[in-house]
Design a binder for this molecule. Structure first.
Ligand code: NAD
Length: 367
C-alpha cells in the first residue's frame, strides 16, 4: 500500500523513526531530491492515528518540492512529523533522538521549524545534527523569517498588479488584509509606506488596534473582510479562506497574501480564473521563509536574503506567463513551473547524494 502511495505521489523515501526511551514516534518523508537536499519543517501534532501522521508527512513533503522548485532554490522537498502533543510531550530527549535520525540521513533531509515547534526545540535537534535550519541567530541562524516573508509577499503583489493592471503602483490600490500577525503586520507596514489604503481584520483585537493606531489602517469585522471594497484581498492568517461561501462575496481583482493553502480546493482556482480574479499562488508568494532559512546552508547573510526575496517578483510573473501560454489557471501554472524546472535540471544533475551533503558554514554549536 505505502509503495503504491509513494509511487503515485512520487516520494523517494519515507523513514519511520522510533525511540522508546525518548517516546519518539516520527516520520520523515523525502519527496524529491533532484534539485538538492530535501528541506522542510518539522511539525509536532497530536495525530489521531499513525495513518493521519503519515498522510500529513506525505502531503506536506510533496508541497515542499513544488515550493522550493518554484522559489528557484537548489533544494528538494521533505517534511517531518512527530506524533505527540506539543503542550505535553516535549523533552530534550525527544528532540535529540529526532536529531540523531535526521543526522543518519547524512544531509538528504534538512529540518526546520513548523507548527508546534519553536527555536528551543531546534536547539536540541542542533545538538545532534547540523542538518537543521532556523536555529537561533547566536548560532549563525537566520532568525525570524516573517519580515522576509512580508517583503517577498510585496514582490509577489507587484508582479500581480503588473499583470492585472499594467502598473506596480502599490499605493494606488486598496487592500483587505486578513491577519495582522507576524507576517501580516509587516506587510501592512510596507503597504502603508507606499500610501496604500489598508483595511485590516484579526481575531486579536490588540493587533487590529496597533494596525489602526500605528499604521493608520481601517479596521473591519472578521467576516466583513470578504465584502470589503478593495482591489486586493490578502489572506495572511489561515488557509482555505477562498471557498464556496466567500468567493461570491469577494470584490477584489487580485488575491495575494502570505497564508498557506488559500484555496479551499482546485475548483475554486478554476472559478477565480473565469471570474477574472488574478490569484497569485500562495506557495510562490510566501516562499520568503524557506528562502531565508535555505541561506543558512552556505552561510547566512541578510543582504543575500533580501536579494533573494526580490526574485519572487520574477517567479510569480513567470507563473502568470505560463498560465497565459498554456491557458490554465495560475494555481496549475505554479505546479507546471515547478515540474518543468525539476525535469530540466533533473536531466543535467543526478539525484542528490548524501555523502556529498550540504555543508553549513559560519555556524557554531553550543551556547
Ligand atoms: P501569526 O500566527 O503570527 O499570524 C496569524 C494571525 O492571524 C494572528 O494574528 C491571528 O490572530 C490571526 N487570525 C487567525 N484566525 C483569524 C481569522 N479567522 N480572521 C482573522 N485573523 C485571524 O502567523 P504568521 O507567521 O504571521 O503567518 C501567517 C500566515 O502566513 C500563516 O498561514 C503561515 O502559515 C503563513 N506563512 C508564514 C511564514 C512566516 O515567515 N512566518 C512563511 C510562509 C507562510
Amino acid at each position: 500500500m505505502i509503495f503504491d502511495t509513494m509511487a503515485t505521489m512520487g516520494h523517494e523515501e519515507v523513514v519511520f523513526c522510533h525511540n522508546k526511551d525518548a517516546g519518539l514516534k516520527a516520520i520523515i518523508a523525502i519527496h524529491n531530491t533532484v534539485l538538492g537536499p530535501a528541506l522542510g519543517g518539522l511539525r509536532m501534532w497530536p495525530y489521531k492515528s499513525e495513518q493521519e501522521a503519515l498522510n500529513d508527512a506525505l502531503r506536506l513533503s510533496r508541497g515542499m518540492t513544488f515550493k522550493n522548485a518554484v522559489a528557484g532554490l537548489n533544494i528538494g522537498g521533505g517534511k517531518a512529523v512527530i506524533i505527540g502533543d506539543p503542550a505535553k510531550d516535549k523533552s530534550e530527549a525527544l528532540f535529540r533522538a529526532f536529531g540523531r535520525f535526521v543526522n543518519s540521513l547524512n544531509g538528504r533531509y534538512i529540518t526546520a521549524e513548523d507548527v508546534g515547534i519553536d527555536v528551543n526545540d531546534m536547539e536540541h535537534v542542533f545538538r545532534e545534527t547540523e542538518f537543521v535550519t532556523g536555529v537561533h541567530q547566536v548560532h549563525g541562524g537566520s532568525g525570524d523569517p516573517s519580515p522576509f516573508t512580508a517583503y517577498g509577499t510585496m514582490q509577489g503583489l507587484m508582479a500581480a498588479l503588473n499583470a492585472q493592471f499594467g502598473n506596480e503602483d502599490v499605493g494606488k490600490y486598496r487592500y483587505a488584509v486578513q491577519g495582522a500577525g507576524h507576517v501580516g503586520m509587516e506587510f501592512i507596514k510596507l503597504l502603508r509606506e507606499q500610501g496604500a489604503k489598508v483595511y485590516v481584520t484579526d481575531i486579536n483585537k490588540e493587533l487590529v488596534q496597533r494596525a489602526v493606531e500605528e499604521f493608520g489602517c481601517t479596521a473591519v469585522g472578521l467576516d466583513e473582510i470578504y465584502d470589503t471594497d478593495a482591489e486586493v484581498y490578502s489572506p495572511c492568517a489561515l488557509g482555505g479562506t477562498v471557498n464556496d461561501a466567500t468567493l461570491p462575496r469577494l470584490k477584489c481583482k487580485i488575491i495575494c497574501g502570505a497564508a498557506n493553502n488559500q484555496l479551499a480546493n482546485d475548483a475554486i482556482g478554476d472559478i477565480l480564473e473565469k471570474r477574472g480574479i488574478l490569484y497569485a499562488p500562495d506557495y510562490a508568494v510566501n516562499a520568503g521563509g524557506v528562502m531565508n532559512v535555505s541561506l543558512e546552508i552556505d552561510g547566512y547573510n541578510r543582504e543575500r536574503a533580501m536579494r533573494m526575496m526580490r526574485t519572487i517578483y520574477h517567479n510569480v510573473g513567470r507563473i502568470f506567463q505560463i498560465a497565459k501560454r498554456d491557458s490554465i489557471p495560475t494555481y496549475k501554472a505554479a505546479d507546471r513551473l515547478a515540474e518543468e524546472r525539476i525535469a530540466t535540471i533533473g536531466k543535467i544533475k543526478l539525484p542528490h547524494m548524501g555523502n556529498n551533503g550540504p555543508r553549513f558554514l559560519g555556524r557554531m554549536r553550543g551556547h
